[in-house]
Design a protein around this ligand. Structure first.
Ligand SMILES: Cc1ncc(COP(=O)(O)O)c(C=O)c1O
Length: 434
């Protein structure tokens, strides 16, 4: 079908709430490594797919899926090697006492299960989240996602949800020049916990992405999670790290982004990269919380933890380890951020470059003092980059942060190409004034 025919059928048979990337939408028919190919065979460098983590259609993962789907796919009510092999391998990447795994089919479902666990283990209901957070597409997770409930079509903050500020040291109330910023942002979490109690409510959990993505690729200031988790635990609540976007070695220095903050959460939720594109997710927690959740109600998930998903999950872990992708993400990410920061010497639109490993944000501003967001300029940049064969997207509350989170096989050469093209595009992008 031509792109026009597909668009017409989308209009007729798909919901209008499904969005498309770019003003000139792409028809993509094939993926390989860090590249996507359109119907004419033109390659596009994929700088945003943190799902196809070890590379699009990685042959090792494809082979594992094909082999297992030809042998057996069923649910977890039969004994099978893969689910226990996979649970042991996954738990082995986490610090003690995180050792019990539950398998689901998406990041939203992982967060839903984490919420149920926290509520069952604490006997409480409320949740503290960070502003601009996104935790998933289910009713329960839209309720925990200011990114949704505070924007178009949202119904506002539900009573059981308490919102603490994102610890954004570039744009938030406490900035990078304040050595106490991490503690002040963590105190705001304590403030939400106190206000909840004063309002006669009790908090079951604090949910936080280990690097807030929809908030604009915000790297948490050192010490933030340690202090925030301290307040949460003092209040008798549990700490949930949402690693759906940033997990599986993307930060390079560690398997999990929460480790860069020196903390151990009570519950960790996983998704996106876990299956390199195959729909899976997981929740990893402590034996004590898993036992509290085992209250007589069976946990059954038709698809979660099936042998095909577990074979794929094992292959993804193998590839990350055998291809040294964590060290690669660390090296490529560090040089890439340096090069992006140098663009700031030539283009005053570049306000901030931040990130860990291959999870990077470039915030565009019209004025480096007022930090007026360069929203339309950011949109122009990603659309022009798409025409040049490089796929990027925007995020953040003002949609002015260029989001970079490529498959981990992304190379130094790819990074150089992105920097070179951005240099040209930033020079030509029409500037707006407010
Ligand atoms: C941080 C975070 N949590 C949860 C989710 C939900 O995951 P899924 O779309 O697999 O349900 C997302 C998806 O974008 C996410 O970014």
């Amino acid at each position: 079908m031509t792109p026009e025919e597909i668009l017409e059928l989308r209009r007729r048979h798909l919901g209008g709430s499904l969005s498309l990337s770019y003003r000139n939408p792409l028809k993509i028919v094939r993926g390989e490594g860090q590249f996507l190919f359109d119907e004419s065979g033109r390659p596009y460098l994929d700088c945003v797919n943190n799902v196809c983590h070890v590379g699009h259609c990685h042959p090792r993962v494809v082979e594992a899926a094909q082999r297992q789907i030809g042998a057996l796919n069923t649910n977890t009510r039969y004994l099978h090697d893969h689910i226990v092999e996979y649970a042991s391998r996954l738990a082995g990447t986490m610090p003690d006492p995180l050792e019990v795994c539950f398998f689901v089919c998406s990041g939203s479902e992982a967060n839903e299960l984490a919420l149920r666990m926290a509520r069952t283990a604490t006997g409480r209901r409320d949740v503290v989240v960070l502003d601009s957070a996104y935790h998933g597409n289910t009713g329960g997770m839209v309720d925990l996602s200011p990114y949704k409930f505070d924007h178009a079509g949202g119904a506002g903050k539900p009573e059981h949800v308490h919102v603490a500020p994102v610890p954004d040291t570039y744009r938030g109330p406490h900035r990078a020049d304040d050595p106490e910023a991490a503690g002040k942002y963590a105190d705001a979490v304590a403030g939400e916990l106190r206000r909840a109690v004063l309002g006669g409510r009790s908090v079951a959990a604090f949910f936080a992405e280990s690097i807030p993505g929809c908030a604009g690729q915000v790297v948490l200031p050192d010490g933030y999670l340690e202090a925030a988790f301290g307040h949460v635990r003092e209040a008798g609540a549990l700490c949930v790290a949402d690693e759906v976007q940033v997990g599986f070695g993307r930060v390079g220095s560690h398997w999990w982004a929460y480790e860069t903050q020196g903390v151990v959460p009570d519950i960790v939720t996983l998704g996106k990269p876990i299956g390199n594109g195959h729909p899976m997710g997981a929740v990893v927690t402590t034996r004590a919380i898993a036992d509290a959740f085992d209250n007589g109600m069976e946990y059954f998930n038709t698809f979660g933890g099936n042998p095909v998903s577990c074979a794929i999950g094992l292959a993804v872990l193998d590839v990350i380890e055998e291809e040294g992708l964590r060290a690669h993400a660390l090296n490529v990410g560090a040089r890439f951020r340096e090069g992006l920061a140098e663009l700031g010497d030539r283009h005053d639109l570049v306000g901030d470059v931040r990130g860990l490993g291959l999870f990077i944000g470039v915030e565009l501003v019209r004025d480096r003092d007022s930090l007026e967001p360069a929203t339309e300029e950011a949109s122009d940049v990603i659309n022009q980059m798409r025409e040049r064969g490089i796929l990027l997207s925007t995020d953040g509350p003002f949609e002015n942060v260029i989001k970079i989170k490529p498959p981990l096989v992304f190379s130094h050469e790819d990074a150089g190409r992105v920097i070179g093209e951005l240099d040209v595009v930033l020079a030509g992008v029409p500037r707006r004034t407010s």
